[in-house]
Design a protein around this ligand. Structure first.
Ligand SMILES: [Zn+2]
Length: 308
C-alpha cells in the first residue's frame, strides 16, 4: 500500500482551474498495521500558476519547491516508478488522488493510477464514532504520535498519516475505499475492493490463467508467489493455495469475477492466511476437480514428452 500526501497551489487568481502540485510525499507499507518499508519525496517547481494562493504562500517549504530542478512530469514519472506494482493508494481525506489525476491530465502524462483509494481520515473518524473531517494533526496527537516533524510537508504528513492509519484493521481500511470523483455517466462501477480490478478478460479461463490474477504477494514478507491451480468454490469464488516462497507461511488466494454493464469480465484477488473460515472455504472447494493453470500444464506436458 502507498500512503501519500501532496502539497499544492490552488491557483486562486488563475483562469486555469487546477491544484498545481508542489510536493509529493509517500511511504510504502506491506500490510495493515505494518511498518513503513520505504519512502518517496519530490519537491516540484511550479510552472502553471504565477501567483500563490494564501494557503500555498503559508507552506513551510516554499523555497524548496521554487528552487527544485524537478517539474511535475519528471516527479510524476519518478513517483510511479517508485510505486512499482503497488496500486493500493491511501490518503488522509479525499483530495489527493483527484489532484494527482488532475495534474496528470493537464500534462497529458501516461501511467495508470488506481481508480480507488483508502480514505484513512474516513476510516479513523468512523472508529472514533465522530466526524470524518478530523485534521491529521489532531488525529496524530490523539494517538500519541510524537510531534517531531512540521506539518504541511508532504513527506512528514504521509508518515503521520500512516502512524495513525496503522492502528486501523484491514477490515476498517477496506470499509473506507473511495473513488476520487463520480463515475462518468453510463459506466457501472464495479464494487470497491482493496486491490484494483484486473481485466477486462474475454472469459473466465483467461482470468484464471492471467499471471497477475495468479499472483499472491505475501502480506508478511512481500515475496511474490503464484498459484498453479484453482478450485471452484460453492460460494462462487475461485480458490488457490500457496506456501510463501519467502517465509513459508500458508496462504489462500481467492479470486472473484464480475461483469460490468458492457458485459466485460473483471477479476479481483485477495490473499488470506490459511486459517479459520478461509481455510475451510478453500478445503471445501479443493474437494472438487482442480483447474490447472495453462502455463504449468504446458510445462508438465513438455516434461512428459522429454521423459518419453
Ligand atoms: Zn512470506
Amino acid at each position: 500500500m502507498i500512503v501519500f500526501d501532496l502539497e499544492w497551489n490552488s491557483g486562486l487568481y488563475d483562469p486555469i482551474r487546477m491544484d498545481e502540485i508542489l510536493q509529493i510525499g509517500a511511504v510504502k507499507v506491506r500490510a495493515p498495521g505494518g511498518p513503513i518499508v520505504d519512502s518517496f519525496n519530490a519537491y516540484i517547481r511550479p510552472k502553471v500558476h504565477k501567483r500563490l494562493s494564501p494557503a500555498a504562500a503559508a507552506l513551510p517549504d516554499l523555497a524548496l519547491y521554487q528552487d527544485s530542478h524537478l517539474d511535475f512530469p519528471a516527479a510524476f514519472a519518478a513517483f510511479l516508478a517508485w510505486c512499482g506494482e503497488d496500486r493500493v493508494f491511501a490518503t488522509w481525506g479525499n483530495g489527493d488522488l483527484s489532484a494527482l489525476l488532475q495534474n496528470q491530465a493537464y500534462w497529458k502524462l501516461p501511467g495508470d493510477l488506481p481508480k480507488t483509494y483508502v480514505d484513512l481520515q474516513l476510516a479513523f473518524g468512523r472508529v472514533l464514532g465522530c466526524s470524518d473531517n478530523l485534521s491529521l494533526e489532531w488525529a496524530a496527537e490523539y494517538c500519541g504520535v510524537p510531534d517531531i516533524f512540521d506539518p504541511h510537508n508532504a513527506l512528514a504528513d504521509a508518515v503521520y498519516t500512516w502512524m495513525v492509519g496503522r492502528l486501523l484493521t484491514g477490515e476498517e481500511l477496506e470499509g473506507a475505499v473511495r473513488e476520487p470523483g463520480p463515475f462518468p455517466k453510463g459506466a457501472k462501477a464495479l464494487p470497491r475492493r482493496m486491490n484494483p480490478w484486473q481485466g477486462p478478460f474475454d472469459n473466465a479461463d483467461r482470468a484464471l490463467n492471467n499471471r497477475g490474477c495468479r499472483k499472491g504477494t505475501c502480506p508478511k514478507c512481500g515475496a511474490l508467489n503464484r498459484v498453479d491451480r484453482w478450485y471452484w468454490g460453492t460460494d462462487g469464488y475461485y480458490y488457490g493455495h500457496f506456501a510463501c516462497s519467502g517465509c513459508g507461511r500458508a496462504y489462500i488466494l481467492r479470486l472473484e469475477t464480475m461483469r460490468d454493464k458492457s458485459k466485460k469480465l473483471w477479476a479481483n484477488t485477495a490473499v488470506y492466511r490459511a486459517v479459520g473460515q478461509k481455510k475451510e472455504d478453500y478445503l471445501a472447494a479443493a474437494e472438487g476437480q482442480p483447474i490447472p493453470c495453462r502455463s504449468s500444464r504446458r510445462r508438465r506436458r513438455r516434461r512428459k514428452a522429454r521423459a518419453g
